[in-house]
Ligand binder design. Structure first.
Ligand code: NAD
Length: 354
């Protein structure tokens, strides 16, 4: 048997594939368009591994996806492919509408065609798992309880609105056509292979390069943080035992203000790689104008996943963030290739023409 994973050259998708192949030998076909966020260097250790096949293409390309499904005959499709950066969505929402909404629609249609033609037993066993975000629920005030699966959708950014729309499409394809779907809504991930446009890797790289550590507004925006490997284990668990048509919130019970996250990173770096002048990296923090419409607080109630499916995260924020800083310090080649844009050359060299 095989699974098809879309967007698996990105941050979470590549961690998922590495984790999956660590846990089992079921082959993975990886469909990724290799946008700026796709980096096959994340999967370098799988070079020559017959359990991983890469195909360059878009989830929105119906012919390509239909042929791929007919060829590979996966027992499940896990959809990570998306435009994922809130700031980019503010400056250029069009891509987000195309990939996250139209792309998911086209993928659902290709998958529906494939699934419809499966023999009964395979049809019953098939799963489409859609990976989504807690940002679809909008923003919480300090006193509000964390988001549960029954919270109303109130997305505030073009990114979260496009993800919310994709979640609705997935839901509708289950209710209308019976497609066996599962959806996960996860909080902010962090860990290895995170593209340095996002807060944690950006601050690690800027700190080490003597650059400012930019904090939006007052830095008191609260996010729930989950180590990426824990997100991967949650997805595996939902795929294995989730109830069809249901959604599962995934989170680490780790609410932190952005400023606290950056101060924690600085304290770890101060210990592991002290600055030559003996000052703390925290002196590099600067406050910049807040993002328009910046959500104040996200928090996830993950009790459904914990109680019904017995999932638990392995890392606390403190252990996960230390592992993450160590990873960035130990993987300077990856960091330098990403920072210099050289990873694009690597991608073209490896997969030119696909
Ligand atoms: P990412 O931006 O790092 O990776 C996205 C990947 O999708 C890239 O490899 C890109 O090349 C690929 N892609 C983009 N458009 C495509 C298309 N049309 N067809 C095929 N591939 C395409 O994103 P990420 O942080 O790994 O997030 C993965 C998924 O998880 C997204 O759906 C995101 O909404 C969701 N999510 C992310 C977080 C987080 O903290 N990063 C939290 C919760 C949910």
């Amino acid at each position: 048997m095989t699974i098809l994973v879309t967007g698996a050259a990105g941050f979470i998708g590549s961690n998922f594939v590495l984790d999956w192949l660590e846990q089992c030998n079921e082959p993975v076909v990886n469909l990724d368009l290799l946008t700026y966020a796709g980096n096959l260097e994340n999967l370098k250790e799988l070079e020559g591994d017959p359990r991983h096949q890469f195909v360059r293409g878009s989830i929105g390309d119906r012919n390509l996806v239909a042929n791929l499904l007919a060829d590979v005959k996966p027992r499940a499709v896990i959809n990570f492919a998306a435009e994922s950066h809130v700031d980019r969505s503010i400056h250029g929402p069009g891509e987000f509408i195309q990939t996250n909404i139209v792309g998911t629609f086209n993928l659902l249609e290709s998958v529906r065609g494939y699934w419809n033609d499966l023999p009964d037993a395979e049809k019953a066993a098939f799963r489409f798992l859609h990976v989504s975000t807690d940002e679809v629920y909008g923003s919480l005030s300090k006193e509000d309880p964390p988001f549960s699966e029954t919270n109303q959708y109130e997305p505030n950014s073009p990114y979260s609105a496009s993800k919310a729309a994709s979640d609705h499409l997935v839901r509708a394809w289950h209710h209308t056509y019976g497609l066996p779907v599962l959806t996960t809504n996860c909080s902010n991930n962090y860990g290895p292979y995170h593209f340095p446009e996002k807060l944690i890797p950006l601050c690690i790289l800027n700190a080490l390069n003597g650059k400012p550590l930019p904090i939006y507004g007052d830095g008191q925006q609260i996010r729930d943080w989950l180590y990426v490997k824990d997100h991967c284990s949650a997805i595996r668990r939902v795929l294995e035992a989730g109830k069809l048509g249901e959604t599962y919130n995934v989170g680490g019970w780790n609410e932190k203000a952005n400023l606290d996250v950056v101060n924690t990173l600085c304290a770890i770096l101060d210990e592991l790689k002290p600055r030559a002048d003996g000052q703390s990296y925290a002196t590099q923090i600067i406050f910049v104008q807040d993002r328009p419409g910046h959500d104040r607080r996200y928090a996830i109630d993950a009790r459904k996943l914990e109680k019904e499916l017995g999932w638990k995260p392995q890392e606390t924020f403190e252990t996960g963030i230390k592992k993450t800083v160590h990873w960035y310090l130990d993987n300077q080649d990856w960091v330098n290739h990403v920072a210099s844009g050289e990873y694009r050359n690597w991608v073209e060299k490896q997969y030119d023409g696909q």
